[in-house]
Structures are given as C-alpha cells and as structure tokens.
Design a protein around this ligand. Structure first.
Ligand code: NAP
Length: 257
C-alpha cells in the first residue's frame, strides 16, 4: 500500500457528532478532503446543513442532520433517520460534548446529569445503535474524543473530567467487545485547543487566557483544531488498521509536564 492510500478515506462513510464548529468541523473538513462522505451533526438542522454546504462548496461530499445528544434515545433516533439512506457506516467519531465549568460545591445534580448525558451516555449509546451499520463495513473505526483532564483531573471542571474518564474507560471495553467484528475503537485525547468551548467570549480576556493555557504544555501554545483532526484521520484510516483499544494523546505535551 502506498503512503497516500494508507491515509486515504476515499469512499468511506463517516458520521461525526458535533461537527458544525470547532474540532468536529475540522475533522469533517479533514475527512472530506481525504475523500470520505461526511455526515455532519449539530443540535439544529440549519447549522448542520450550513456546515455540510461549506464542505460541498469546497468539493467534498457531505450532508447535515440534527442530533441533540442530551436526550435519551438520541443515538438510536439518529441511526434510524440515517438507516434508510445508509447501508453501512465506516467511521464514527463521537466528538459532541459540553463543558459547564463549576467547582463541585456549585455543581447541581441537573448539570452533572446533562454533562454525563452528552459526553458519555450519548457517545456509548450512539456506538451501540450504530453497531449493525458498523458491522456492514469492511474494517470500521470508532474514535471517541476525550480530554486530557480525563487522565489528569482539574479543579473547576470535575464533572466534565469524570465524564471523559468514563468515556476513555468505556472505549477500551468497546474495543475488547467489538474486535471480533473487525471494528476498531480508539480514544483521542486533545489538550487545549482554540475553540469556543474554552476561549473566553470577551476578546479582551483572550490573550491572557491563551498565555496561561500555553504555559501548561511543552509546546507553549494552544492547538489549532486541524492538528487534532489530522490525528483523528490517522485513527480512522487504513494506516491504523492494527490500532485498537488505544488512546492517542495530542496535547502538546500537557500530560508529559
Ligand atoms: N477545545 C478544547 O480545548 C478541548 C480539549 C479537550 C477535549 N476537547 C473535546 O473535543 C471535542 C470538541 O470540542 P470543541 O472544543 O470543538 O467544542 P465546541 O467548539 O464547543 O463544539 C462543540 C460541538 O458539539 C456540538 N454540541 C454541543 N452540545 C451538543 C448537544 N447537546 N448535542 C449534540 N451536539 C452538541 C456543537 O454543535 P451545535 O452547537 O451546532 O449543536 C458543536 O458542533 C469535545 O468532545 C471536547 O470535550 C476539547
């Protein structure tokens, strides 16, 4: 196999949750450029459609579909909506997540439930719902986007960290249970990435925030979403055909500090 072929996603069908913006949108762009047919999701149909249209305008194959991850049954509803149009799914990226910063003494049970519903439950039950379509692929790949704080907890975002730690753990279980079906399951752990999720809304605070975050990793900067997307592409591609049950850490050396 040539090196280009090993990283190609030509003809692959990929579903990426939370791909209207941020890291998910960068993954969608990376996949579309690698030749995949991309299914973009966001909570609102119009935003998913707009993100898909941007990929099509750039020469890719994409379509949008609404997906609200906090609802029970969201995964099976999404797969049911797609099943009429898809006979198989080659790549599933569970990327949608919410942060909701709070110290534990300020955290409500409702917020805790919402964080775990979106970040953990939805990802696992979307995997479960997608299993029949993944089984129809010749070498499917699931990538669950976790977070460095799922490895090393951080004050102020404890529920988010715990939800990602649970997703890391469950990814390994899925890898063990699904290898016999030829389905690879890996986690990808980003460090700090310049997206709406973490950047202050007030532009005046942005520079000092970025400086503070940059000091926490060896590369002394935040990642751009595309730097995460390229690593996800590796896990989704034939180049990673013997990689399963792993966590690929793309954190500029945060966990090595
Ligand atoms: N940014 C970082 O520094 C960082 C670090 C470590 C890990 N991560 C992880 O990387 C992934 C992407 O993060 P990001 O920074 O790109 O986040 P982001 O900019 O906030 O984007 C989040 C995406 O998820 C979607 N989303 C939000 N709530 C949702 C819900 N309830 N149901 C369905 N979709 C929902 C959003 O779409 P709509 O608004 O259109 O619904 C959007 O496309 C997440 O798993 C995050 O935990 C990020």
């Amino acid at each position: 196999m040539q090196i280009d072929e090993a990283f190609s996603l030509d003809g692959r069908v990929a579903l990426i949750t939370g791909s209207t913006r941020g890291i998910g949108a960068a993954i969608a762009q990376e996949f579309a450029e690698a030749g995949a047919e991309v299914i973009v999701t966001g909570r609102r149909q119009q935003d998913a459609d707009a993100a898909a249209e941007r990929l099509v305008a750039a020469g890719g194959q994409a379509r949008g579909i609404a997906y609200e991850a906090s609802q029970r049954g969201a995964g099976s509803a999404l797969i049911e909506a797609l099943s009429g149009r898809l006979s198989r799914l080659d790549i599933l990226v569970n990327n949608a997540a919410i942060l909701r910063p709070h110290r534990i003494e300020k955290l409500s049970e409702e917020e805790f439930d919402e964080i775990f519903a979106v970040n953990t439950r939805a990802a696992i039950f979307l995997c479960k719902a997608a299993l029949p379509l993944l089984r129809n692929s010749d070498g499917a790949s699931v990538v669950n986007i976790t977070a460095a704080c799922g490895h090393r907890p951080m004050a102020g975002i404890g529920a988010y960290c715990a939800s990602k730690a649970a997703l890391l753990n469950l990814s390994s279980t899925l890898a063990q249970e699904w290898a016999r079906d030829g389905i690879r399951v890996n986690a990808l752990t980003p460090g700090s990435v310049a997206t709406e999720m973490i950047l202050p809304k007030d532009p005046a605070q942005r520079e000092s925030f970025e400086r503070e975050m940059a000091e926490q990793n060896l590369m002394q900067r935040l990642a751009e979403p595309r730097e995460i997307a390229r690593a996800v592409r590796f896990l989704a591609s034939p180049a990673a055909s013997f990689v399963t049950g792993q966590t690929l850490v793309v954190d500029g050396g945060f966990l090595a500090c």
